[in-house]
Ligand binder design. Structure first.
Ligand code: UD1
Ligand code: MG
Length: 452
């Protein structure tokens, strides 16, 4: 009886020395989350029965990033074959299909993995199916040796003959293996080779020696690119961004200059959102239908409701909630504040730890003074209030519904609903004082010049 259950083993015990980083390689982020989290997302799309991640020692942060997947530690990194055998500790005598992936190939898609698993479950009942590819620069990848009856062996570059090194078909590292045969075959792996490692790739020749068949499926190079250096990380980021932008546009978003817009893995954009050039979305952003985001805005951890207009040059920080049809203009920073429906904060303002009521208008240069050096304090501005330009609201402070605050005020006390408050020096005027001032100054200057 065929067992159609699926286990996935992700190998991630390597530190990735070429990254020259204190962070394990698989924790470097792409579109705002660790690359291993991208891969785990793809794995989850397959709906596997079991998932095991093989980690090196001291990789608790990786274990947290892959939770709830089970993890096993491979303390002595003796090769990819050895790493897979470490996963047996978690999988026991699992007898379904086993998919082996490498943690540093974040661009894999679930469609490709499904093709691989389908081939494994095909009529030939192969022991191993390998995902092969033809990279532009095959370099040091293992090579697939193919004959009339399918895949015969994988030879590692270091062990390959000059003829084998000319084979364009390479091993991506991704394999689907029949779990009924894996553990037995794996027990027969040796480290008698150029690298002195237990190669997972030797499973193919071992299975063939037993009379089993092996096969391969051809994959796309741009999906199989591994990340081993910062330059490759940047290339992977570019690839992830291209996918995210494509998905956004398919969903009904206009990106005027897609290459200049940076999205996060979880950015949610409604229909008919228009994003002008040079906008950066950090994690945790949700944008409602019909919102326009003009150029050079930076958003993270915020919500913008339908029909609002943001920017240019606006910064929405975590906890910013912008209501429907509200306007946030240039050089405005909003943090942990709710700007209600149709309210306007159009120029040069900081609004933090605050509520701006429905339809309120916040004048240019208004600042909520939310921090006294010890605590963050709240500012509450009522519906329809009008705050004059260059007002400082010293929190905690409340401005009632419909109140008007004169420009240049420094508010330290609450303002009642519909009141008019002015809190600034009183203007005085001296008749003819300007002319007297100029006469005195002219005379003083002339006297000083005569002396020289
Ligand atoms: C491996 C393949 C090679 C293939 C290439 C694709 C083998 C023997 N060779 O070579 O055919 O073309 O990948 O990139 O498998 N790992 C562990 N524990 C170990 C060793 C490795 O977890 O003891 C993990 C690494 O963290 C990495 C992955 O396995 O994620 C691959 O290991 P790596 O050393 O990069 O293998 P390659 O030499 O690149
Ligand atoms: Mg490698």
């Amino acid at each position: 009886m065929a067992d159609n259950s699926l286990a996935v083993i992700v190998l991630a015990a390597g530190m990735g020395t070429r990254m020259k980083s204190a962070l394990p390689k698989v924790m470097h982020p792409l579109a705002g989350r660790p690359m291993i989290a991208h891969l785990m997302g793809t794995v989850n799309e397959l709906g596997p029965d079991r998932v095991v991640v093989v980690l090196g020692p001291d990789m608790e942060d990786v274990a947290r990033a892959v939770a709830p997947a089970q993890t096993v530690v491979q303390s002595d990194r003796l090769g990819t074959g050895h790493a897979v055998m470490r996963a047996r500790e978690a999988l026991g005598d699992f007898a379904g299909d086993v998919l082996v992936l490498y943690g540093d190939t974040p661009l894999l898609t679930s469609a490709t993995l499904e093709r691989l698993v389908a081939e494994r479950r095909g009529p030939a009942d192969p022991a191993v199916v390998v995902l092969g590819f033809k990279p532009e620069a095959p370099n040091h990848y293992g090579r697939l040796v193919v004959g009339g009856e399918g895949l015969k062996a994988i030879v590692e570059w270091k062990d390959a003959t000059p003829e084998q090194r000319n084979i364009p078909l390479c091993n991506s590292g991704v394999m689907a293996i029949d779990g009924r045969r894996l553990w037995r075959l794996g027990g027969r792996l040796t480290n008698e080779n150029a690298k002195g490692e237990y190669y997972l790739t030797d499973l193919v020749a071992l299975a063939r020696a037993d009379g089993a068949s092996c096969g391969f499926v051809l994959g796309e190079s741009d999906e199989l690119a591994g990340v081993n250096s910062r330059a490759e990380l940047a290339m992977a980021e570019a690839a992830v961004q291209r996918r995210l932008r494509g998905r956004a546009m398919e969903g009904g978003v206009t990106l005027i200059a897609p290459d200049t817009v940076w999205l996060a893995w979880d950015t949610v954009l409604g229909r008919d959102v228009v994003v002008w050039p040079h906008v950066v979305f950090g994690p945790g952003v949700t944008i409602g239908d019909g919102v326009t985001i003009k150029g050079f805005c930076h958003l993270e951890g915020c919500e913008v409701a339908e029909g609002a207009e943001i920017g240019p040059f606006a910064r929405l920080r975590p906890g910013a909630k912008i209501g429907a049809s509200a306007h946030i203009g240039n050089f405005v920073e909003i943090k942990k504040a709710t700007i209600e429906t149709r309210a306007k904060v159009n120029h040069l303002s900081y609004v933090g730890d605050a509520r701006v009521g429905e339809g309120a208008n916040i004048g240019a240069g208004t600042i909520t003074c939310n921090y006294d050096g010890f605590q963050k304090l709240f500012t509450d501005i009522g519906a329809g209030a009008f705050i004059g330009s260059n007002t400082a609201l010293v929190a905690p402070v409340t401005v009632g519904d419909g109140a008007v605050v004169g420009a240049g005020s420094v508010l330290t006390r609450d303002v009642a609903a519909d009141a008019l408050a002015v809190a600034r020096g009183t203007q005085t005027e001296i008749k003819g004082g300007g002319e007297r001032f100029r006469t005195a100054k002219r005379a003083a200057k002339a006297a000083a010049e005569k002396k020289r």
